[in-house]
Design a protein around this ligand. Sequence first.
Ligand code: FMN
Length: 187
Amino acid sequence: MRAVTLFLLIALNSCQSNSQSIQTQKNIKMKTLIVFASSHGTTEKVANIIKEKLDSTTVQTYNLKYKPKIDLSDYETIIIGSSIHAGSIQSDIKKFIKDNTISLMQKRVSLYLCCMDEKKEQEEFNNNYPELLRNHSVYNAIVGGEFLFEKMNFFERFLVRKISGVSSTVSKLRIEEIDNLVNTLKK
Ligand SMILES: Cc1cc2nc3c(=O)[nH]c(=O)nc-3n(C[C@H](O)[C@H](O)[C@H](O)COP(=O)(O)O)c2cc1C
């Protein structure tokens, strides 16, 4: 009788830990990763806004500047963010996309871009994110940007003044567009 009870207890325990492990795996699979590169902090700011608006407990942010190697297997959704400088996004993001294309095509992906040239923004988006990924992405967001003069070096200040005519810090982030991305991912 004792042996039977012991056997039943072991079997019950094993069932419970199995179901816990399945549950844990499920939770891990539901996780979202925001991979970004940011030169002066605006793309990072947007990553944190998205994280808060989605669910900060299941969303992680990943700055490619500090963590170049990445394991995407735990994540169901990958959001990729970058910004335009002199017509181009950060090379870290280009490399990340190139190295992980196959994996990204098997996940739910969303792309966003920070930039300040309203006339060229769509062209900049299309030139910098590969067509395959743009078409696979569930939401492509151009979220505006910021000129943060206090973070620019002398050369950058000179360039921004000359090209845009702007000479002090300005923020043109499009919160509605960030909301559109978030709401699409919540569906
Ligand atoms: C030196 C410099 C060059 C820039 N060049 C462009 C550009 O070619 N096109 C554009 O749309 N925005 C341009 N921008 C605007 C940036 O995309 C904008 O400042 C963005 O918010 C930067 O985000 P980050 O701080 O995450 O890098 C430029 C900004 C700087 C400082």
